[in-house]
Ligand binder design. Structure first.
Ligand code: ASP
Ligand code: MG
Length: 471
């Protein structure tokens, strides 16, 4: 086993849901502390972020049942403190006091929202309490069992833009802040463990921002990225799964674990339906060339895990995975006028971007009279409304078709680059099974070929492609 001076570890809500999962978490940390210093990055306790969002939404309205939500939040945290921290230790009171002070602030914030102004920045501030509370309590727990740990609230060290609720970290500035704050702690003899809150950062003018749901992964990636020029470090994402699978196990029973995969391929997987990691954290790890592992938190010493590295492992199999998104909508805009009107596609993308619609794939016929885009099924009504009411696309000469019964399949493998015949084989395999292809797209990076089919065909298509390329 390679040795690292520093291991950054991410623990999500499911590792912090009850006494058993938390004792498993502490077992893992104690084990790794024998060899390296550790930065633990933690999410909120299980379910807390959802409760905080609910609290915010209700505060925006008439405040109905806010008190109940606060009671729930109190119960979960106090139970955790009571079950894990020895009452005789000073850390017990520290944790309780910290909780009491912060819950009062939270209740106060709910009132501010109700009386003054609902806004995304207050929402971010409110939901950041989940990580702030859990991480502080966990850090006090470690102090109470004789493992000195320093607590850091990530707004001190992660600088982001002001895109509230989905903020992007400003990596260069953040790197310096993280190094200045954390390097002396890691180098000191006093601490072996640093506990950093996941999920949030702050803008230049010190407003709290959150990094999008599941953002604690990204926080861990940022820590490793920022410290990798000083320490020999790696990052481990502890999950309730073993790692990345080469297909969705709900769709094909043959799906199996990918032991090693490149950043490029993992990013494709994360984008197309595999919800294992926050997609941006792979970008950050790749940039810093940080060795990353996804490991099963219930089976910490197992050899069954996914290692993600810069190198593309060339195996006999060109195709590494068949990813799928079962529920997707496809929007086709057709008009003879696109030929003579440059800028139509730009207008379309701008309009969708202004309305926060994420585009999953694009294809345009070379006759230029239609363009097709794939969007989340959940966005379909909104897109239909926006397009039909737009000054431009609402005009008679455009026809807009929305199809809600389609699925997307991505055939992924970096070795596809310069390999002939993959697309041909895909079409043959699907054609033989009578599966109709509605649209196709391939990025010029040749990392994946994306095909759009009827939803009814999805399961069959994934299975035949899996058998043809992997199984
Ligand atoms: N607590 C946040 C969420 O539930 C962040 C995270 O879990 O990574 O999305
Ligand atoms: Mg979570």
């Amino acid at each position: 086993m390679e040795n690292y001076d520093l291991v950054v570890m991410k623990f999500g809500g499911s590792c912090l849901q009850d006494i058993d999962s938390f004792s498993q978490t502490t077992k893992i940390i104690k084990d790794y502390l024998k060899k390296s210093k550790i930065i633990v990055v933690t999410s909120a306790f299980k379910g807390i972020t959802d409760k905080l969002i609910d609290f915010y939404n209700r505060s925006c309205g008439d405040g109905n049942s806010c008190a109940e939500i606060i009671e729930d939040i109190k119960d979960i945290h106090k139970k955790f403190i009571n079950e894990n921290i020895d009452k005789e230790k000073p850390e017990f009171n520290k944790a309780m006091n910290f909780f009491d002070v912060n819950i009062k602030d939270l209740i106060q914030l709910g009132r501010v929202v109700r009386l003054l102004r609902p806004s995304l920045d207050i929402q971010d501030l409110i939901i950041s309490y989940g990580e702030k509370l859990s991480t502080y309590i966990i850090s006090q727990y470690f102090n109470s069992i004789g493992i000195p740990s320093e607590f850091i609230s990530s707004d001190e060290i992660i600088l982001t833009d002001d895109n509230f609720s989905n903020a992007l970290p400003l990596l260069d500035e953040t790197e310096k802040l993280v190094q200045n704050r954390i390097t002396p702690i890691i180098n000191s003899d006093k601490y072996d463990l640093v506990c950093v809150t996941g999920f949030y950062g702050s803008t230049k003018d010190k407003k709290i921002t959150t990094l999008g749901r599941g953002g604690t992964d990204l926080t861990a990636a940022i820590m490793a990225y920022s410290l990798s020029s000083i320490f020999n470090c790696k990052v481990i994402y502890w999950k309730d799964v073993k790692g990345f699978l080469n297909a969705d196990p709900r769709i094909t029973e043959h799906a199996s674990l990918l032991n090693q995969i490149s950043y490029l391929e993992a990013k494709e997987l994360a984008f197309f339906g595999s919800k294992v990691l926050h997609p941006l954290c792979l970008d950050v790890n790749e940039k810093g060339n940080i060795p990353s592992e996804i490991r099963s938190f219930n089976n910490p010493n197992s050899n069954e895990y996914t290692k993600i590295t810069k190198e593309i492992i060339k195996s006999k199999r060109v195709i590494k995975a068949i990813a799928s998104i079962q529920r997707l909508s496809m929007v086709t805009i057709e008009s003879g006028t696109m030929i003579s009107l440059p800028g139509t596609v730009a207008k379309l993308f701008n309009l969708l971007a202004e309305n926060n619609i994420n585009i999953k794939f694009i294809s345009q016929s070379s006759s230029e009279n239609n363009v097709t885009i794939g969007i989340d099924f959940e966005d379909s009504m909104k897109v239909s409304y926006i397009l039909r009411n737009s000054d431009w696309f609402g005009k008679q000469w455009f026809s807009i078709k929305i199809d809600n019964d389609i699925s997307l399949i991505a055939v992924i493998g970096a070795a596809m680059l310069h390999t002939r015949g993959i697309a041909g084989k895909i079409f043959t395999v699907l054609g033989e099974q009578d599966i109709n292809i509605r649209a196709i797209s391939q990025g010029s990076s040749e990392l994946n070929i994306t095909i759009i089919i009827e939803r009814d065909d999805c399961k069959k298509a994934v299975n035949v492609l899996y058998n043809a390329f992997i199984g």
